[in-house]
Design a protein around this ligand. Structure first.
Ligand code: DGJ
Length: 729
C-alpha cells in the first residue's frame, strides 16, 4: 500500500496489492480523475488518455485550449458553472448571491494511518500501518474558502474512503447548498446501477437498472437512512454477476437523509456521487466556521458482487464496529415483542424467562411497554421511568430474577421520540421537532425529539444512563419508529433551519458516543421499525441491527439475502417467531424458520410458554446447534449461491477463514410435483481438502463440492429447507 505524488505530471497514485486510484492536477489547477480499478503499476502513463477535444456547442475552461471542456473531462470534486453542466459535488452561495466557485489545488499531505472525523462515525484503523491517507487542499481565492479532500487507502482491503472538509477563512458568510462526500467520473461504459430498495417489512430488495443518458438516483428525505433506500449503490457492468465482472460499491457511513446518483452524459461518461441529500439542506458557514461531510466507503471488485460484499463485510466487521462485542460471539436471545406485545407483567416475563432458560437461551430482552403508562402505542415515549404497576420491584428485581435463571437481561428503548401524551411533552412541548404555527404530523401517535438541541441530547443521555446504571442490563435495543416531517427546530435561527436533519443526526451520534462509551459492556442493537436505519453510521455505535419487522421465514430469505450485499451476518438480528406469522399469516415449519434465522444472529420472538414439549425439545436442540456454528456464521465468509429474486430456490453458505468449516443452506419456496433435480455448487472451499458432512458422516472432496455440487434431495413440501455442515478431515 502506498500513496505517491509525481511532481512533474501532478499525478497522485493510491495503490495496494489489488487496486489503483489515480488523481491528476489539471491544467486549470482543478482536480481531475484518471483511474480507479484493478491495480496498474505505472499510473503516470494514464495521463495520455486525458486529451483535449474540441466539441460543438460546449464551453472551455481554459482560454487558449478550446478542447479543455470540463463536461468531457473526468473530475474529482466538480463544481458547477464553468463548462461542466452535470450535477456538481458541491455548491456554495456567496454573500453576493453568486453560486460560482473555483477550487484550485493548493497543497497536499500524505500520512500514515487515518484521521477521525469530527462528530461523525467512520471506518478506523488500529495501527497506522494499516492505511495511508492523502489530504488534498483546494482553495478558492475569491471566496477565501479552503476545501480538503481526504482519501484513505487500506493495506488489507481493496477499499478507499473519501470525505470532505470545508472551511470559510474569509470574513463573509458562505452558504453551503450542497456538500457531497464524493464524486467520481468514469469513462464511457455501459453501467447498471444496483440498489437496495424496499419498504417497512420488505427491506433491501436487490434492484438493478441500466443507466441511460440522464440521472439515475436514489435518496432518502425521511429523516433517517430509510427502509425505502439503503445508503448504498453499486455500478456494475451488464454481465457482472455474483462471481465475475467488475463492481464498484459505494456505502455512506451516515444515518440521515442521503443521495446516491449516477449521471450519464451525452459523451457516455458516468458521474457517480454520494453524500448528504442536498434537498432541504443548507449549511451556513460564518467567518472561520467549518463543515465536515460524512465518509463514503468505495469498494472495488473484479470478481463480481460476492467479492464486493465480502470486502464490505470484512471491513465493517473489523474496522467499523467497535468495542468488546466486535470480536465476540453474540448471545442467542429471546425477545417478548411478538410473544406478548404490550400485554405483560413481571409474572408473565419471568414465566417466559424460565422456559427460555430451559432451552439454553442466553439473553432475555424486554421490549416496548415497560415504562410510563405505556400499555399501547398512544403514550409515554419520553417518560423513561419504570411502570411499577406492571413491573412491581422494577427492572432491578426483574433483572435479578432473570439473571438467577441463568439469562442476561436486555431492554428496549426508543429515546429519540416523544408522545404528545407524556409528562415530558407536557413539560417540554418545545423539545419536539416542529414548525411554529403549524400542526405537527403524527406517525404511530408520536413526535420526534429535536436532537439538534443540547438540552434534549443531555436529557436522553441522563435518562438512558440512569436506567442502565440501576439494573443489571447487558443489552439495549435502540428503536426509532417514525419518519421526520415538519422539519423545524424552535431553537435554530431561521437561516439555519435547513441544517436540522444533519444537526439531528450529529446530536444522535453524540448521544450514542456518550452512552456506548459509558457502558462498554452493554451490547447495543439498533432498530427503526425493523431495518429503517440499517446503515454503517448506526453500526459504528451499535454492532448489530434488527434486520426487519417481518419475521416470516420466506420473506426473510429475500431480506437477509439483500442485506448481505453490504452488511455482515454478525450485524443482522434474525428471529424465529410464531406461526401463522404475524406479518403475512404464512405457516412454515419450525425447522425452516430456524434454518433461515440461524444464518444471522439467532433469536426467538414468540411466547415460548405456548410451545408443546416436542417444540421445546426442537428449540433446545436448535439453540445448541447454533452455539456450535455461530462463530462460523458471525465471522465466516458469506457466499450467495442462489438468489430469491431470481428463482424458487435459494442457497447460501458460510466458510470459515481457514476453510476448515462450512455451513450451507438450501431453501425451496413452493414445492412442485415430480420436480427437476436441484444442485448447489459451493464456493470458497479448499479444493484439495476432504470434508465430512457432520450429520451423514459422508466424505466429499472440496473440489467435488465446488464443481459437482451437492445434490438436493426431493423436497415435497412448500417452504422446505436443507442445511449441511461440513468439516475438513
Ligand atoms: C418496532 C420494532 O421494530 C419492533 O421490533 C418492536 O420493538 C416495536 N417497535 C415496539 O414498539
Amino acid at each position: 500500500m502506498s500513496i505517491e505524488f509525481f511532481e512533474d505530471s501532478g499525478i497522485f497514485h493510491l495503490q495496494n496489492d489489488e487496486i489503483s486510484y489515480v488523481i491528476k492536477i489539471l491544467k486549470n489547477d482543478q482536480l481531475g480523475h484518471l483511474y480507479w480499478g484493478k491495480k496498474i503499476k505505472n499510473a503516470e502513463r494514464l495521463d495520455r488518455y486525458q486529451i483535449s477535444q474540441l466539441r460543438p456547442y460546449e464551453a472551455y475552461a481554459v482560454k487558449d485550449d478550446t478542447g479543455f471542456i470540463l463536461e468531457n473531462i473526468a473530475r474529482e470534486y466538480p463544481s458547477f458553472g464553468q463548462s461542466d453542466f452535470r450535477e456538481p459535488a458541491y455548491q456554495i452561495e456567496a454573500e453576493s448571491g453568486s453560486i460560482i466557485s473555483d477550487l484550485k489545488y493548493k497543497e497536499h499531505k500524505i500520512y500514515k494511518g487515518k484521521k477521525e472525523l469530527e462528530g461523525l462515525p467512520a471506518v478506523y484503523v488500529e495501527q497506522k500501518e494499516e492505511a495511508e491517507s492523502l489530504d488534498i487542499i483546494l482553495y478558492d481565492e475569491v471566496l477565501d474558502l479552503e476545501v480538503t479532500l481526504t482519501y484513505t487507502i487500506f493495506r488489507d482491503y481493496p477499499i478507499i474512503t473519501r470525505s470532505v472538509h470545508f472551511k470559510n477563512q474569509g470574513n463573509k458568510e458562505i452558504n453551503l447548498k450542497r456538500a457531497l462526500s464524493m464524486s467520481i467520473d468514469f469513462e464511457n461504459k455501459d453501467f447498471e446501477l444496483l440498489q437496495l430498495s424496499g419498504a417497512w417489512g420488505r427491506e433491501r430488495d436487490v434492484l438493478r437498472r441500466p443507466l441511460e443518458q440522464g440521472i439515475t438516483k436514489i435518496d432518502s428525505k425521511r429523516g433517517g437512512s430509510s427502509h425505502q433506500q439503503n445508503p448504498f449503490a453499486a455500478l456494475v457492468e451488464p454481465d457482472t454477476d455474483e462471481y465475475t465482472g467488475e463492481a464498484y460499491g459505494f456505502s455512506l457511513v451516515y444515518s440521515a437523509n442521503f443521495i446516491a446518483q449516477a449521471e450519464r452524459n451525452h459523451y457516455g461518461k458516468t458521474r457517480m456521487s454520494m453524500g448528504i441529500n442536498p434537498f432541504n439542506f443548507n449549511w451556513l458557514l460564518e467567518s472561520g466556521q467549518s463543515f465536515q461531510t460524512p465518509e463514503v466507503v468505495m469498494n472495488y471488485s473484479d470478481q463480481g458482487l460476492n467479492k464486493m460484499s465480502q470486502n464490505f463485510h470484512q471491513l465493517y466487521r473489523n474496522r467499523l464496529v467497535q468495542g468488546k462485542h466486535r470480536d465476540q460471539e453474540r448471545p442467542v436471545l429471546i425477545n417478548n415483542w411478538e410473544g406478548t406485545y404490550f400485554d405483560f407483567n413481571t409474572d408473565k416475563i419471568l414465566e417466559m424467562a424460565a422456559a427460555a432458560s430451559k432451552v439454553d437461551l442466553e439473553l432475555f430482552v424486554l421490549d416496548d411497554g415497560w415504562f410510563g403508562k405505556r400499555n399501547d402505542d398512544t403514550s409515554s415515549l419520553g417518560d423513561w421511568y419504570v411502570n411499577e404497576e406492571k413491573l412491581p420491584g422494577g427492572l432491578e428485581y426483574l433483572a435479578e430474577e432473570i439473571n438467577k435463571l441463568g439469562l442476561d437481561f436486555g431492554l428496549w428503548f426508543e429515546p429519540e421520540m416523544i408522545s404528545p401524551d407524556s409528562d415530558l411533552y407536557r413539560e417540554h412541548p418545545e423539545w419536539a421537532i416542529q414548525v411554529e404555527n403549524r400542526e405537527s404530523t403524527l406517525s404511530r401517535q408520536q413526535l420526534i425529539l429535536d436532537l439538534s438541541r443540547r438540552d434534549v441530547q443531555d436529557y436522553i443521555i441522563e435518562r438512558v444512563s440512569a436506567i442502565l446504571k440501576k439494573a443489571n442490563i447487558s443489552y439495549v435495543k435502540w428503536d426509532m419508529n417514525r419518519p421526520m416531517t415538519e422539519y423545524g427546530s424552535l431553537e435554530l435561527e431561521s437561516k439555519r433551519q435547513r441544517e436540522l436533519n444533519h444537526r439531528y443526526i450529529l446530536g444522535l451520534y453524540r448521544v450514542l458516543e456518550e452512552i456506548t462509551s459509558k457502558f462498554p459492556d452493554v451490547l447495543f442493537e439498533s432498530c427503526a421499525g425493523g431495518g429503517g436505519r440499517f446503515d454503517p453510521g448506526m453500526l459504528y455505535y451499535m454492532p448489530q441491527t434488527w434486520t426487519s419487522d417481518d419475521t416470516d421465514a420466506v420473506e426473510r430469505l429475500k431480506i437477509q439475502y439483500g442485506t448481505s450485499m453490504v452488511y455482515p451476518a454478525s450485524s443482522m438480528g434474525a428471529h424465529v417467531s410464531a406461526v401463522p406469522n404475524h406479518q403475512v399469516e404464512r405457516s412454515t415449519s419450525l425447522k425452516m424458520r430456524y434454518d433461515v434465522a440461524s444464518f444471522g444472529n439467532l433469536g426467538y420472538e414468540l411466547d415460548i410458554t405456548e410451545l408443546n414439549e416436542e417444540e421445546i425439545e426442537a428449540v433446545k436442540s436448535q439453540v445448541n446447534n447454533y452455539k456450535e456454528v455461530r462463530s462460523l456464521v458471525q465471522f465466516g465468509d458469506f457466499y450467495r449461491l442462489k438468489s430469491p429474486f431470481e428463482s424458487n430456490f435459494i442457497a447460501w453458505s458460510y466458510v470459515s477463514q481457514d476453510k476448515e468449516e462450512v455451513l450451507a443452506g438450501f431453501y425451496q419456496v413452493l414445492a412442485a410435483p415430480n420436480p427437476k433435480e436441484e444442485k448447489v455448487k459451493l464456493k470458497g472451499l479448499d479444493p484439495d481438502a476432504d470434508y465430512k458432512e457432520v450429520n451423514s458422516g459422508e466424505i466429499y472432496g472440496g473440489d467435488e463440492l465446488m464443481n459437482y455440487g451437492i445434490k438436493v434431495p426431493y423436497l415435497k413440501k412448500d417452504f422446505s429447507s436443507r442445511v449441511w455442515r461440513f468439516k475438513a478431515v
